[in-house]
Design a protein. Structure first.
Length: 94
């Protein structure tokens, strides 16, 4: 889920000025929050990412907005093609 959220940010211009490490950390937070983790951001994640939960909130809100709009996104075809090409092949290797 975090990888999907991270990939969606590449199609949204509002993330161009955001640090890649912040985008990555916010993607993990968003995925953990969606998957109903008890605590979306742990002390370990904060330590290794160097971001507090409050550092992530602005980016997470934008990601959630983007996820809500994803089904109607103009670049939906690109997202589908990329996932079919990259991730279907990855599933074929055992």
């Amino acid at each position: 889920m975090a990888k999907y959220v991270l990939d969606l940010t590449t199609t949204c211009h509002s993330f161009c000025s955001v640090r890649p490490t912040l985008i990555a950390a916010a993607s993990v937070y968003t995925a953990r929050r969606i998957c109903v983790e008890d605590k979306a951001w742990t002390a370990g994640l904060e330590h290794f990412s160097a971001y507090t939960e409050s550092d992530l909130i602005g980016c997470v809100k934008e990601m959630l907005r983007m996820l809500i709009q994803a089904p109607e996104a103009k670049l939906q075809v690109i997202i589908i093609i990329c996932y079919n090409v990259i991730y279907c092949k990855a599933g074929n290797y055992h």
